[in-house]
Design a protein around this ligand. Structure first.
Ligand SMILES: *[C@@H]1O[C@H](CO)[C@@H](O)[C@H](O)[C@H]1NC(C)=O
Ligand SMILES: *[C@@H]1O[C@H](CO)[C@@H](O)[C@H](O)[C@H]1NC(C)=O
Ligand SMILES: *[C@@H]1O[C@H](CO)[C@@H](O)[C@H](O)[C@H]1NC(C)=O
Ligand SMILES: *[C@@H]1O[C@H](CO)[C@@H](O)[C@H](O)[C@H]1NC(C)=O
Ligand SMILES: *[C@@H]1O[C@H](CO)[C@@H](O)[C@H](O)[C@H]1NC(C)=O
Ligand SMILES: *[C@@H]1O[C@H](CO)[C@@H](O)[C@H](O)[C@H]1NC(C)=O
Ligand SMILES: *[C@@H]1O[C@H](CO)[C@@H](O)[C@H](O)[C@H]1NC(C)=O
Length: 282
């Protein structure tokens, strides 16, 4: 029988051996860390129901057969996607991503490991890891993926209203955004007292239609309807003059890592409309 003294002695020896092993492992990783490659991800946002891209690039490698791309998601057991030896290997893919993922196979050789995600769901939000192995080494980078709904607003003269009004309408937003009106002439004015914003749940019970009416508007002024939530900001501008209506809109994704140049603008255009004979504004 071992005495208490012997038990303590052997326990201490065991702990020393375990610690030595751990230190050897850490040093081992430090050495293998020299064979690390640069992997870069870009923060991005997905629009529910549409297709999204999780952006990831790495130092290119001329040997495609040596490249392994693994996409993982925090809290998900299986893989999001795996690409090795020049093709997809979906044997360990999680059920949640079945049939919804793809890499741009012809671009992998150039260092593009971006993942295309079909039919983005609210539950796709989270932290993803883009893990790469090439003949030069391995590396990984995390990516914060946000999901929600956002759409470009359309601003029109509201011909039904009793006073001269503008109507700003956007079909899909989630989470519920804030809507703020601004005007070029009365800069800094607060229009909350002369506008009315309503949110109407769409049939899928997640996204909502946004409608905001601005009352008592004047001619020759440019008005902006700004819709914003934690993932996107959209603006619709309108200018009504005696002879025409000018409109412009844009949508911008908001990112925590804007310094990486992630913000993307799309649909920037001035739309010129002929004078409407029904124009209420005088
Ligand atoms: C990767 O390739 C796809 C498809 O051509 C492209 O849309 C995407 O922008 C590329 N990503 C990067 C980071 O170059
Ligand atoms: C204006 O009223 C007509 C008839 O009541 C209705 O059909 C139309 O949808 C309304 N337009 C707007 C922009 O509210
Ligand atoms: C505008 O006024 C409303 C109340 O009238 C206030 O709640 C809101 O914070 C104001 N907005 C700004 C941007 O000052
Ligand atoms: C619009 O202007 C009219 C006349 O000045 C005023 O009576 C009305 O209350 C205003 N409407 C709003 C929503 O402020
Ligand atoms: C705002 O619009 C809603 C629905 O369109 C209406 O019920 C409400 O009375 C309006 N409020 C104001 C202050 O005009
Ligand atoms: C949305 O909610 C309504 C009422 O709560 C329900 O009747 C309808 O089936 C739901 N629609 C979907 C697509 O879940
Ligand atoms: C609007 O601007 C045009 C051209 O600048 C001018 O001719 C017109 O009188 C203005 N209308 C009003 C109501 O200020």
């Amino acid at each position: 029988m071992a005495s208490p003294g012997q038990i303590i002695f052997w326990s201490i020896i065991s702990i020393i051996i375990i610690l030595a092993g751990a230190i050897a492992l850490i040093i081992g990783f430090g050495i293998s860390g020299r064979h690390s490659i640069t992997v870069t991800t870009l923060t991005s946002a997905g629009n529910i129901g549409e297709d999204g891209i999780l952006s990831c690039t790495f130092e290119p490698d001329i040997k495609l057969s040596d490249i392994v791309i693994q996409w993982l998601k925090e809290g998900v057991m299986g893989l999001v996607h795996e690409f090795r030896e020049g093709k997809d290997d979906l044997s360990d893919q999680d059920e949640m991503f079945r049939g919804r993922t793809a890499v741009f196979a012809d671009q992998v050789i150039g260092g593009n490991a971006s993942l295309r995600l079909k039919n983005v769901q609210l539950t796709d939000a989270g932290t993803y890891k883009c893990y790469i192995i090439t003949s030069k080494g391995k590396g990984n980078a995390n990516l914060e993926y946000k999901t929600g709904a956002f759409s470009i607003p359309e601003v029109n003269v509201d011909y039904n209203a009793s006073s001269e009004s503008l109507r700003c309408e956007a079909p899909r937003w989630f989470p519920q955004p804030t809507v703020v009106w601004a005007s070029q002439v009365d800069q800094g004015a607060n229009f909350s007292e002369v506008s009315n914003t309503s949110f109407e749940l769409n049939s899928e019970n997640v996204t909502m239609k946004v409608v905001s009416i601005l009352y008592n508007v004047t001619i020759n002024n440019t008005y902006s309807c700004m819709i914003e939530n934690n993932i996107a900001k959209a603006t619709g501008d309108i200018k009504v003059t005696d002879s025409e209506i000018k409109r412009r809109s844009h949508l911008q994704l908001l990112n925590s890592k804007a310094s990486l140049g992630v913000s993307s603008f799309f649909a920037i255009s001035w739309i010129l409309l002929p004078l409407s004979p029904y124009l209420m504004l005088k």
